[in-house]
Design a protein around this ligand. Structure first.
Ligand code: PFF
Length: 454
């Protein structure tokens, strides 16, 4: 570990394990448990899931490696890293735009991420109060609808979640969080396994139906919209295209093997998403719920399981605690780039920079809250503010930044150094080159164009 160049806030991540945990903590979050299942439901299941899996390994993994590699070279925040590495390679400083769009993306994403994090936090208390005991799908649907209609309530929990995020970031991401991740992540995995087992046990044939829904290849259903959604979600899920992984790479020692670490992070991220799907869809089908119902999906389905199984109240409480923590380990990574930028550009102290960024993001979050109730009819391009922010970030900004990163890494940087750094033999390096120089950029451009015009 190159401790001399580590930034103060992350200086505790002193081992490969610590780094991997931080990266996995950022990657595994609401994207896996909340967003992935509802998107799969809306996009017709397997067509989306298989495309997403393909993109995770074929596009996400190499870009993750490149973000870390560039970050490790630059050793600074994403904007200055891009600038410095570009200059060192004899390229234009304008490459910093990759970092700028990234930071802007993280700012916008956190505004709605915190709102959903607030839902997860509130559901801890709802579960603890026994709200879900004996419920069916209709009741949980009604509880959720009432919940969305209550602006003050949503605002309170958004504020609590944003405050918790800011608190941790202001202190610096310390050993406390790292330790919490070590306990929380395996805990979340075990709970998900219990839920999958429960879903398989109670829903009988619906489990098979859910399995087919998620995994039966139906290539006819793979259109531009599903492909763009899957690409955007691969970026979102791996925290790519926001300079975050680049920033994490800047705290990395030369000895860490980027490819194998990236593979582990991608596999963990995918497993959590798949387990979430397998816990949720059997219940959706067994209860006659609508798979394409959107962002409320897990808040309507999982409480049915908790409300009707032995020990469900305690499992429900634990599940939403874990979900909140998974969201927090991601939200702090989303706040970090804006804070870092303000700190460096304005000479604000860390605490002031954190306060200013959080208040701005929190305020934008209020607009997202209102999109679920009072402003539900305010639409731009046929989307409410929440959907619009999600669309703009996941489907446009992240792929564009990802494209910038891969073009930079594959065409602007000296390739023999990359080959040495990745420790690849001639065969694997030619595969790497083929992917990063041709297949990935072309795929992103085609998917963006078709997805946007469709
Ligand atoms: N990857 C996180 C998730 O799947 O929930 C969300 C996220 C975190 C996106 C950090 C982007 C990011 F930079």
């Amino acid at each position: 570990m190159s401790t001399g160049t580590m930034k103060k806030s992350h200086s505790q991540w002193s081992s490969r394990m610590g780094f991997m945990l931080a990266a996995a903590g950022s990657a595994v979050g609401l994207g896996n448990i909340w967003k992935f299942p509802y998107m799969a439901g809306q996009m017709g299941g397997s067509a989306f899931v298989l495309t997403y899996l393909l993109f995770m390994f074929m596009i996400g993994l190499p870009i993750l490696v490149l973000e870390w590699l560039i970050g490790r070279r630059g050793q600074k925040n994403p904007i200055h890293t891009m600038e410095d590495v570009a200059v060192a390679e004899g390229r234009s400083k304008s490459w910093r735009w990759v970092g700028i769009i990234g930071v802007l993306g993280s700012f916008l994403i956190l505004s709605f991420y915190s709102v959903i994090g607030g839902w997860a936090t509130d559901y801890i208390f709802l579960a603890a109060k026994g709200t879900f005991e004996g419920v069916n799908g209709e009741v949980t649907g009604q509880i959720f609808a009432d919940f969305l209609g209550n602006v003050n309530h949503l605002l309170t929990w958004h504020t609590v979640f944003m405050f918790a995020t800011a608190f941790i970031v202001a202190l610096g991401v310390g050993a406390g969080l790292e330790r919490a991740c070590k306990v929380m992540m395996p805990g979340l995995g075990i709970l998900l396994l219990i839920l999958v087992a429960y879903a398989a046990y109670v829903s009988g044939p619906s489990f098979g139906q859910a399995f087919r829904f998620l995994f039966t290849p139906d290539f006819s259903a793979i259109g531009g919209t599903a492909m763009l959604a899957a690409l955007g979600h691969a970026f979102f899920s791996l925290s790519l295209g926001m300079g975050i992984m680049m920033a994490y790479g800047s705290y990395l020692g030369k000895d860490v093997n980027l490819l194998s670490t990236a593979r582990t992070v991608v596999i963990m991220d995918v497993i959590v998403a798949m387990l979430s799907g397998l816990a949720i869809f059997p219940l959706v089908f067994a209860n006659g719920l609508e798979p394409g119902s959107g962002p409320g999906l897990i808040f309507v389905t999982l409480p049915i399981a908790f409300g009707n199984m032995a020990g469900g109240t305690i499992l429900g409480v634990l599940f939403f605690i874990f979900l909140t923590f998974a969201a927090l380990t991601s939200s702090i990574s989303l706040l970090e780039p804006t804070v870092e930028l303000l700190e460096e550009k304005t000479h604000m102290g860390r605490k002031t920079a954190t306060t200013v960024s959080s208040v701005l993001i929190w305020a934008l979050g209020i607009a997202c809250i209102l999109a679920f109730n009072e402003w539900a009819d305010i639409k731009l391009f046929n989307k409410n503010i929440f959907d619009l922010l999600d669309y703009l970030t996941s489907k446009i900004m992240l792929p564009i930044t990802g494209l910038g990163t891969v073009i930079f890494g594959a065409w602007m940087m000296k390739q023999d150094l990359i080959r040495k750094e990745l420790n690849l033999g001639p065969f694997w390096f030619s595969i790497w080159t083929l992917l990063t120089r041709f297949i990935i950029p072309v795929a992103i451009v085609i998917i963006l164009v078709f997805g946007l015009i469709q």
